[in-house]
Ligand binder design. Structure first.
Ligand code: HEC
Length: 114
């Protein structure tokens, strides 16, 4: 990536901080924006394909494989991410970034668009 593009991306990341929330006319969506985070950082434990030990303690049935699976628990899901409670601190390599937490916060504020 050219150096100026990297600098622009970093500037953009800062511009997207929590003091500049996304307009809900163009909100983040689960499918496009939230799911890539889930796939990387939640599904290692909260997946319907996992049972027993391989869930690493994630409560049975609390799965985020799809929008429809997530929606019954959408507030808990979003709160867990924005508070930094989940993913668990015991797995530091899965920790969310400030940008990811802001994105989920915007998704919640805009009424959880699919
Ligand atoms: C390494 C495995 C693991 C990963 C990855 C993980 N979780 Fe969890 N999750 C757990 C465990 C274990 C619990 C039960 C902890 C407890 O009850 O104190 C839990 C509990 C939860 C709960 C219930 C908390 C409550 O009581 O309301 C929610 C919601 C949750 N996780 C969301 C997420 C989300 C969202 C992600 C991804 C950003 C995620 N988790 C990633 C293991 C994981």
């Amino acid at each position: 990536m050219p150096r100026f593009a990297a600098a622009a991306l970093i500037a953009l990341a800062f511009a997207c901080g929590s003091d500049k929330p996304a307009p809900c006319s163009a909100p983040p969506t689960f499918t496009r924006d939230v799911f890539p985070i889930v796939q990387m950082k939640c599904l290692p434990c909260h997946s319907s394909t996992k049972t027993g030990e391989s869930r690493m303690g994630a409560p049975p049935g609390l799965d985020f494989d799809t929008y429809d699976a997530t929606m019954p628990n959408q507030a808990r899901f979003a709160d867990a991410i924005t508070s930094g409670l989940e993913p668990p601190m015991s797995v530091p390599q899965l920790a969310t970034t400030a940008e990811e937490r802001d994105l989920v916060s915007d998704w919640r504020r805009c009424s959880y668009p699919r």
